[in-house]
Design a protein around this ligand. Structure first.
Ligand code: PGA
Ligand code: MG
Length: 227
């Protein structure tokens, strides 16, 4: 039971769930209605991680377009409507997520989600994928006072799960996740298959995994180093 009393904090997009195809579809519906260039899937994968507003802003920047704040608010609401209408159309859990949660739970861990998605979208996505019940808390950016990379978002997710921040570990894919964990004084493991415009190795995480089935042994060696 090497994870007894530990809370594992998961990022959502690009870490637990491959959401890029559905985010790509919604992004390009917005780009088309605004007469802007379509954004490639590769770019969407690089732009996810700081919420829908940032995704639209970065997508529009490819066409040299800068929206005013009010317009960005309006487009973000439209994006959310389009996205949530078919939230898991093409999205799916990454390989071995469920069996890994089983293994970590058997080792004593509990789980929560800390995402820069809006909370209601995160809950809806995880419910649609029949996995929401495995997380003690699901905290989106709009439920936090300060979103990732601020530690407040991370600490809120741990607290709402009834966990102890000193016995918590973040699993993520981007600089927001590394920032939130580091600011909270928690270890951070990055997945190599997620959404980031900076290579995982350059984000200096404590460990990198290429597949979820590597996570239990990665956490075991990480905790040996820390303790
Ligand atoms: O950018 C988003 O919408 C959310 O991204 P995250 O789940 O990786 O925090
Ligand atoms: Mg992510």
């Amino acid at each position: 039971m090497f994870l007894e009393g530990y809370t594992i904090v998961f990022d959502l997009d690009g870490t637990l769930v491959e959401t890029a195809p559905d985010l790509h579809r919604a992004t390009n519906e917005i780009m088309r209605t605004e007469g802007l260039k379509e954004v490639s899937l590769k770019n969407v994968r690089a732009f996810v991680g700081q919420g829908a507003r940032a995704l639209i802003e970065r997508g529009a920047a490819i066409s040299g377009k800068v929206f005013k704040s009010d317009k960005l608010d309006e487009l973000t609401s439209k994006f959310v409507e389009i996205y949530q209408a078919d939230i898991a159309g093409r999205s799916h859990l990454f390989d071995n997520v469920e069996t890994t949660l089983d293994a970590l739970e058997a080792a004593g861990a509990q789980f929560c989600v800390c995402t820069n998605k809006k909370t209601h979208l995160a809950v809806r996505l995880l419910e649609t994928l029949n996995i929401a019940h495995r997380f003690k808390s699901i905290v989106g950016a709009d439920s936090a006072i300060h979103a990732k990379p601020h530690q407040q978002h991370y600490l809120q997710a741990v607290e709402e799960a009834g966990g102890d921040p000193k016995r918590s570990i973040m699993i993520g894919d981007s600089h927001s996740d590394v920032g939130a964990a580091r600011n909270a004084g928690a270890p951070i493991v990055l997945v190599s298959f997620g959404y980031t415009d900076i290579a995982p190795i350059d984000l200096n995480p404590d460990a990198i995994i290429d597949d979820f089935n590597e996570l239990p042994s990665s956490l075991l060696s990480l905790l040996k180093q820390v303790n």
